[in-house]
Write a new protein. Structure first.
Length: 348
């Protein structure tokens, strides 16, 4: 995979990222043995990989967005519900700034967060991520507007005012199969998997966490989401059909990670729609935990009727418990799941 200039940074760019002087960065290189090694030393100065620098700065407690994708090749596994519930829980209960990126053409995360009426309005104006990918097919027709596409304060949960959204569109269905033949730009500097990264890199660090709701496939649009991610979560119903594709996901993402020379770690499996009375659910859950590859989150999201009702956005704000129901205390389970995610990412 060719490295583009956007993957690389010099001393000045590192100083800007960290909010310090150029001399401070030079001092870090001398003082800290673990400071990333440059890819190359030019007359103008050393050049580093952006991802390695960002990871090092995070270890030094410099605020940097953490990006996590949610993916499963099987539909109906509560992938989108898990994405939105985590976003609202992290914002309302942990005071985190959250961006949801909806890459799924089904647009379920989008309609959950802004409602169908608002989605239709912005879709007609082209203020969705479908426009970004359409532009890649027609390089002379640049119409994607990040500022207008970004929907702010989208959650109807009390205390979750820091949830923003980059919405999806049904039009992505027509686009995704054409992206492989998209022009790569002058000098082949832009590949189809880089489109999202280049479009959103200016706003990512406005957030503590970015959650990417990926389509149920491993196509180019999904790879765009993984391209900006440091890890991924696999929500799944603990049955044979829903878990069948997990090894393929891990293998494919692992190969993709090696090809782009960036770490994309499997953060774990989230068991959803769990039913204790189901022998299949009990057995499959046990087998997944025994294999531990990838690991399984301790928190289990049980089957509950309220989850379906949570998909409809309300005009007035409601508490997390009012949205996700009091039965089996799902809100408490989402809080526990969010805490597990923060612990895995070592976020305070």
């Amino acid at each position: 995979m060719q490295t583009t200039e956007d993957d690389l940074v010099g001393i000045n760019e590192i100083a800007d990222m960290a909010g310090v002087s150029r001399q401070a960065v030079a001092n870090w290189r001398v003082r800290f043995p673990d400071f990333p090694k440059p890819m190359i030393e030019l007359k103008a100065g050393p050049v580093f990989r952006t991802r390695q620098i960002r990871a090092w700065l995070r270890q030094r407690k410099v605020p940097m967005a953490r990006v996590v994708s949610l993916i499963n090749l099987k539909g109906g596994v509560a992938k989108t519900t898990t994405t939105v519930a985590l976003a609202e829980t992290l914002s309302s209960q942990f005071n985190k700034r959250i961006l949801v990126i909806d890459l799924d053409p089904q647009t379920n995360a989008t309609t959950m967060l802004i409602g169908e009426k608002r989605w239709k309005e912005i879709n007609e104006k082209g203020w969705t991520l479908a426009t970004l990918f359409h532009d890649a097919l027609e390089p002379n027709n640049k119409t994607f507007d990040l500022e207008k596409t970004l929907q702010k304060k989208v959650s109807d949960v009390q205390g979750a005012e820091k949830v923003d959204l980059l919405p999806s569109s049904l039009d992505l269905i027509d686009v995704q199969d054409k992206l492989a033949s998209a022009p790569t730009g002058q000098f082949y500097s832009v590949t189809p998997i880089d489109l999202l990264r280049l479009a959103v890199k200016s706003i990512l660090d406005d957030y503590d966490l970015v959650l990417v709701d990926c389509p149920p496939n491993l196509g180019i649009i999904t790879l765009n989401g993984l391209r900006i991610s440091e890890g991924y979560i696999i929500p799944t119903v603990p049955d044979v059909l829903s878990t069948y594709g997990i090894p393929q996901i891990v293998k494919r993402v692992g190969n993709f990670s090696k090809e782009i020379a960036e770490d994309i770690q499997p953060l774990g499996i989230v068991l959803t729609k769990y039913q204790e009375i189901s022998t299949v659910h009990v057995n499959v859950s046990r087998d997944l935990r025994r294999k531990n590859d990838p690991p399984v989150f301790d928190t289990v999201i049980r089957q509950a009727n309220q989850i379906a009702a949570a998909a409809e956005r309300q005009s007035s704000r409601r508490t997390l418990k009012q949205k996700y129901g009091y039965g089996d205390d799902l809100a408490t389970r989402y809080i526990a799941l969010a805490q597990e995610l923060l612990d895995k990412l070592e976020i305070e």
